[in-house]
Design a binder for this molecule. Structure first.
Ligand code: NAP
Length: 265
């Protein structure tokens, strides 16, 4: 894993829990790398034993200069994994698919036809939007602290709303996806937006933040009767997809999730 030295501190435990299922033939480690050093860092890693690299902030966009990206990574505008094919680097993004896999696995329902509210407009949000749009939601509304960033992401039929309209935008069976970094440790007492006291029936709340799991925002949704999806599943499943792409092994998610939760305690 290359990127900010403070990001995704738990990824090695998560990955080793996957490699243990394949006879522990692989090893995963983190290295702090700034964007200006990415090219040199990748060159140092290349060798007969290298399978691939995970990327995190702030390298997900600059990576386009160093690889041939998949169609999905290009649509999202971010790369979170690279594969060395012996000659050059291939770039891909497994974040959106990881979130969708976790949604299906944990909630056992579908997105098509639901109204979807998305909080945020950063890199993770772009991956989520790409996947959600493919599921044909009934409508899509974005909220962001900097509304112009959200407006820049809009596609036909979608709109940006003000935080003050959040309660009014909730609808029966809607899906609310929290993609901002608000509520993340050590600011776990903050919420991106307050829930109204009572919710329409069948609301689903998903928070990408996984430390803590669940976040305060997700706990408040649960107390009001919403079904919830924490960020651990997305972290696990983006790794499952990356590992499958690198090794051909499709690891079981349950031991990976257990290792992640143990590392978060
Ligand atoms: P990013 O590109 O930096 O975007 C950050 C987003 O959070 C922006 O919408 C930003 O709003 C908003 N934000 C930040 N601080 C805020 C504040 N104090 N008040 C209101 N809004 C605020 O980050 P990212 O890569 O999208 O990541 C966002 C979160 O998703 C992080 O917590 C990350 O850990 C999590 N994530 C989880 C997974 C997973 O596997 N579970 C994967 C990827 C990311 P502005 O546009 O106004 O700045």
């Amino acid at each position: 894993l290359l990127g900010s030295p403070v990001a995704h501190a738990r990824s090695p435990q998560l990955h080793q829990a996957a490699y243990a299922q394949g006879g522990q033939r692989w090893h995963f480690e983190r290295r702090g790398v700034v964007p200006e050093r990415l090219e040199a860092a990748l060159a140092e890693l290349v060798g007969p034993n290298l399978l691939g690299v995970n990327l995190t902030l702030p390298l997900k966009e600059v990576a386009f200069s160093h690889c041939s990206p998949s169609a999905e990574a290009s649509s999202i505008g971010a790369i979170n994994c690279l594969r060395w094919n012996g000659q050059h680097w291939e770039g891909h993004n497994s974040d959106g698919q990881g979130w969708l896999d976790s949604f299906h696995e944990e909630l056992g329902t579908t997105i098509g036809g639901r109204k979807v509210l998305v909080l945020g407009a950063g890199g993770a949000c772009r991956a989520i939007l790409h996947k959600v749009r493919q599921q044909q939601p009934a409508s899509l509304v974005l909220f962001n602290r900097t509304p112009e960033r959200a407006r820049a992401l809009l596609q036909e039929g979608e709109r940006v709303a003000d935080w003050s309209e959040f309660g009014d935008e909730l609808a029966p069976h809607c899906l609310v996806i929290q993609t901002t970094s608000v509520g993340m440790w050590p600011h776990q007492d903050q919420v991106a937006v307050e829930w109204p006291d009572s919710l329409p029936s069948g609301v689903i709340a998903s928070d990408l933040v996984y430390n803590p799991s669940p976040t305060l925002w997700l706990q408040q949704a649960s107390e009001r009767g919403a079904r919830t999806l924490d960020g651990c599943g997305m972290l696990v499943h983006q790794a499952v997809r990356a590992i499958e792409w690198w090794t051909g092994l499709k690891p079981k998610s349950a031991p990976m999730r257990a290792a992640l939760l143990a590392s978060l305690r």
